[in-house]
Design a binder for this molecule. Structure first.
Ligand code: HAM
Length: 417
């Protein structure tokens, strides 16, 4: 009997994991620069957390949840996204308050029962951030800028930010009214889901993926045209900041997110290097969700990056783990005694947090040096018979070619990180 992996999931193999680690490291560094702290929540939550926050009429809730009953008959769901769990955790642990800014980030797997295709999986990974407590448009700009900076840092080129505003509770009724009037005659020709959406939540029609419905959706009213004064000013401020910071963005009136909790700003970053599933990240403001989930009225904004899609683009750009991650030290040895000594030093430098490796295959000096060069090690420390006699190895900087003698007992203090 041969077992195969479940549909829509993928093994991340050793040849890829260093690229994953590099990207995760870059996320941690960039999010850290902006003072975000990591939060980790369970992989599953009570189902109603997601139905309530993402919205009953969304595709995620209607068709894509991995919902199951536990042995006591409680309905649980593998998290399809992380915004709602973060809000739940913040409320349960008193991490947020009206006069307090809380900045959090997460990295981990999410689950959606979608039709698998390039860039779309049933288990995928997100790295995301959520900021609570700030209604200032500057913070919308900050998260977008941070997302752009992150992509820049990991070498993701040719991206574009699509931005829109979906308004608030005050202006949305007018938008809904206009949508109802617009779709009144065409809804009979649209798909079954859209007929239902027309009754319950006409905004969701705009997110329909059926080809037959697109021609009706293309000319539908846009939310930016019905914004109340407050939402319009907010949107203009965000745009001004992005302009000022020279972000490559476009106002996209057709940008509809697949989750119901958004208010005001929504955005997606798309990569020209991807096919149909070209959004490498998405997010926006959600000023009412905290209250809807039982907290005080606390504004919030965030986004999540789709890790698999980022990796896909990087692979196309031929960015490999080797170029991004360098081993700082390679210990090259000649002879058995040198090998044992080398191993001892390897353990010591790793304890000091220096990434280091050595050859275990008994290769020649030339082959070991060639290998170190190929995988991009920054420094090589050479130990042969002469060096053992002197108590000193030769430390060679592979970038500059400079080399000098360094005693065995001071290698770990060489600042090789
Ligand atoms: P989302 O747009 O549903 O937003 O997902 C964010 C990103 O996750 C997408 O842009 C995409 O790159 C990736 N993604 C989504 N579904 C899949 C899939 N099936 N396979 C591969 N990648 C996928 C959210 O999840 C919101 N929670 C983001 C957010 C945070 N909004 C505010 N704060």
């Amino acid at each position: 009997m041969k077992y195969s992996i479940p549909r829509g999931t993928k093994d991340i193999l050793p040849s890829e994991t260093s690229l994953w680690q590099d990207i995760e490291d870059a996320c941690r560094k960039v999010f850290g620069l902006y003072n975000y702290k990591e939060i980790r929540t369970p992989i599953f939550e009570k189902t109603e957390l997601f139905t309530r926050s993402i919205g009953n009429t969304t595709d995620i809730v209607k068709k894509e949840m991995y919902e199951f009953k536990d042995r006591k008959g409680r309905s649980l769901t593998l998290r399809p996204e992380e915004t709602a769990p973060v809000v739940r955790a913040c409320l349960e642990n008193n991490l947020i308050g009206p006069d307090q800014i809380t900045k959090l980030y997460y990295i981990g797997p999410m689950f959606r029962y979608e039709r698998p295709q390039a860039g779309r999986q049933r288990q995928f990974h997100q790295a995301g951030v959520e900021v609570f407590g700030a209604s200032d448009p500057l913070i919308d700009a900050e998260v977008i800028l941070m997302n752009v900076q992150l992509f820049d840092r990991i070498g993701l080129k040719d991206i574009e930010v699509n931005i829109n505003s979906v308004g608030c509770d005050k202006c949305r009724p007018e938008f809904k009214k206009q949508l109802k009037a617009y779709f009144k005659d065409s809804v009979k020709n649209m798909c079954k889901d859209c007929k239902g959406r027309f009754e319950c939540n006409p905004l969701r029609i705009l997110d329909c993926k059926e080809a037959g419905c697109q021609k009706y959706i293309d000319d539908a009213p846009a939310s930016v045209d019905t914004l109340c004064e407050n939402c319009r000013n907010h949107f203009e401020e965000v745009i001004k900041m992005l302009d000022y910071q020279k972000v490559n963005f476009k106002v996209s009136k057709r940008l509809v997110r697949g989750l119901d909790y958004y208010t005001k700003t929504t955005f997606e970053i798309v990569s020209k290097g991807l096919g149909a599933q070209n959004a490498v990240s998405g997010g926006g403001r959600y000023d009412t969700l905290v209250q809807e989930l039982g907290g005080k009225s606390i504004p919030a904004v965030g986004f999540a990056v789709g890790m698999e899609r980022v990796i896909e683009v990087l692979k196309k750009l031929q960015v490999t783990s080797c170029k991004l991650q360098v081993i700082n030290l390679c210990i090259v040895t000649m002879g058995e005694e040198a090998k044992k000594l080398g191993f001892d030093l390897l353990v010591k430098v790793r304890e000091k947090g220096i990434s280091a490796d050595m050859d275990y295959l008994g290769k020649s000096l030339k082959a070991q040096m060639k290998m170190a060069n190929r995988v991009g090690e920054k420094n090589v420390y050479i130990i042969g018979e002469d060096e053992i006699k002197k108590g000193c190895g030769i430390l060679k900087n592979m970038e500059t070619g400079e080399q000098r003698e360094v005693p065995f007992d001071s290698l770990e203090r060489e600042g090789l990180k």
